[in-house]
Design a binder for this molecule. Structure first.
Ligand code: HPA
Ligand code: ZN
Length: 326
């Protein structure tokens, strides 16, 4: 069996994928037609051709712009169901799916519409595709902590449908500490905690320290910059903090996939995992991300299997489900 065949065959978990980042150009077109939203492109291919990101900021402009076609509960259902269907074809069995409620409520789309559509897709994906999942609600760090707190409170009636909270969007000048009160309250409510510490951001090490020490996150999204600090590598390894790395995404917003850092951290015993981030924009679902790391780092079967296993180990799946896979 080749490594590509092994990647395809292994049952997998995905811990870092933004549902809004799974909006494929073809679905964007269909939803625009359904909702009477005008797109400045005449075909799905023209949408894709217009994607050219050089950094996180230029990606985020397209990412938020794309969301304007998402208006109704069936839109969110169709979005999530399309992702689950694609994930099933990659043999993904467990997904922790990020969503960005503020990107919708700030456009006038109610929280309730967003979460009901996602929830209905989760139930159908489990029943018809065998893909199980949980939601992680991300706060947008370029908005105020007050807006994040209001969103946290708005989520409480749906507490049972949301497993954890995260922090994403534009990291520059938006450190974890800005959201300390929001995350403290989220912890009180029983949410798991994670945060983006994107690759190659200014103040990355300081942001990672804040996330670990002031916020008390249980995982770091991206987070590969810890290699700059041997102390952090040792701490993250010892505490079994999961890093949710996204190599294909890195090739768009940074100068490389960072697979050499992923390999270095894997060798150091850190719980690194491979994920797809925004696969419709970066053009690579989970298996493609594993294939990229394998192609660049010439992984052994044991190393590939360890990367896949790490995701189940640091997942927040119920123990009974984790026991099935580990
Ligand atoms: N980083 C920050 N914000 C995001 C990302 C990301 O990788 N994807 C979607 N929003
Ligand atoms: Zn992300």
């Amino acid at each position: 069996m080749t490594n590509v065949q092994l990647i395809a065959a292994l049952p997998k978990a995905e811990l870092h994928v933004h549902v809004e980042g799974t909006l494929e150009p073809a679905l964007k077109f269909d939803l625009a037609a359904r909702n009477g939203v005008r797109l400045p492109y005449d075909s799905p291919q023209a949408v894709r051709d217009a994607y050219s990101f050089t950094d996180l900021t230029s990606f985020l402009v397209q990412y938020y712009d794309g969301m304007n076609v998402l208006l109704t509960e069936p839109d969110f259902y169709d979005l999530a169901m399309a992702y689950f269907t694609r994930a099933a074809s990659d043999h993904v069995r467990w997904v922790e799916l990020f969503f960005d409620p503020q990107a919708h409520t700030s456009r006038g789309v109610p929280f309730d519409i967003v979460i009901r559509g996602l929830r209905r897709a989760q139930l159908d994906a489990e029943a018809t595709l065998g893909v199980r999942s949980a939601l992680i609600m991300c706060f947008l760090r370029d908005f105020t902590p007050e807006f994040a707190m209001a969103t946290l409170l708005e989520s409480l009636p749906y507490r049972q449908w949301i497993l954890g909270v995260g922090l994403d969007s534009d990291e520059s000048d938006n450190p974890p500490a800005k959201f300390a009160a929001v995350f403290a309250r989220a912890r009180q409510e029983g949410y798991f905690l994670t945060m983006h510490c994107d690759v190659d951001q200014a103040d990355s090490i300081e942001h990672i320290r804040q996330a670990l020490h002031e916020i008390g996150v249980q995982r770091l999204d991206h987070g590969t910059n810890i290699v700059e600090s041997p102390d952090l590598v040792a701490e993250v390894g010892r505490r079994r903090i999961g890093l949710t790395c996204c190599p294909v995404s890195n090739t768009w917003v940074s100068e490389s996939s960072k697979s050499h850092l992923i390999k270095q951290l894997l060798d150091a015993g850190v719980k690194v995992t491979i994920n797809s981030d925004d696969p419709a924009y970066f053009n690579g679902y989970l298996n493609a991300n594993l294939e990229l790391v394998d192609a660049e780092q010439h992984l052994t079967r044991a190393e590939l299997t360890q990367l896949v296993r790490n995701a189940f180990e640091v997942s927040w799946a119920p123990t009974s489900l984790r026991d099935e896979w580990l």
